[in-house]
Design a protein around this ligand. Structure first.
Ligand code: NI
Length: 192
């Protein structure tokens, strides 16, 4: 088993109870998106991309009380990843988050790829499913999830870094827009 496979095993255990849209299937889609983007737009270190994608939510404050990327760091240390490489992976993870990096683009190719991979999973049908799952898990009313589309998800299309992600995002964005149009027609009171 190589380190990527061990990271898959690690996150499977870590996320086994989440019902709020940050489950292991999200992590696996981000990993697969990242590998696809990297294949089309090379220039990043694939092992760093793979491990950062797999560990990108391992210390998400919405899910865990760990500070300073403690889960990701502990895994990398236990696997014997050299400190310099581990720091690069942590740097990529910390450049991905939407809320923490307000419009700032990642400085590395690895960061740009993993960020796009994560953002693609917040769009399209899967983005819709995850938004309502998150709202439900946090006891929020539907209006609050609908507001999230307008405040964040509709903006993602123009915040992507790579050409291939922009291409994949086109139909996902169009699907979000048509979903919101239909929702507004059926239930005007839910829309802002
Ligand atoms: Ni994520």
């Amino acid at each position: 088993m190589d380190i990527t496979e061990r990271a898959v095993e690690y996150v499977r255990k870590l996320f086994n109870t989440d019902a709020g849209g940050h489950d292991v299937s999200h992590t696996m889609r981000v990993y697969e998106n990242a590998m696809l983007i990297s294949e089309k737009e090379p220039g990043g270190d694939n092992e760093i991309i793979a491990l950062a994608a797999l560990l990108h939510d391992a210390d998400d404050p919405k899910l865990f009380n760990t500070g300073g990327n403690a889960n990701a760091r502990a895994f990398l240390k236990e696997q014997g990843v050299p400190p310099e490489k581990a720091e690069k992976i942590i740097g990529v993870i910390n450049s991905v988050s939407f809320s923490r990096n307000k419009g700032k683009r990642p400085e590395t190719q690895e960061g740009r790829i993993v960020q796009d991979a994560d953002r693609l999973d917040a769009m399209g049908a899967v983005g819709i499913a995850r938004t309502f799952a998150y709202g439900g898990a946090h006891g929020r009313p539907l209006e609050s999830s609908v507001r999230h589309f307008h405040e964040k998800l509709l903006l993602l299309k123009d915040a992507l870094n790579t050409e291939i992600a922009k291409k994949i995002a086109d139909s996902r964005h169009a699907f979000l827009v048509s979903f919101l149009r239909e929702l507004e027609a059926e239930a005007p009171d839910l829309s802002p």
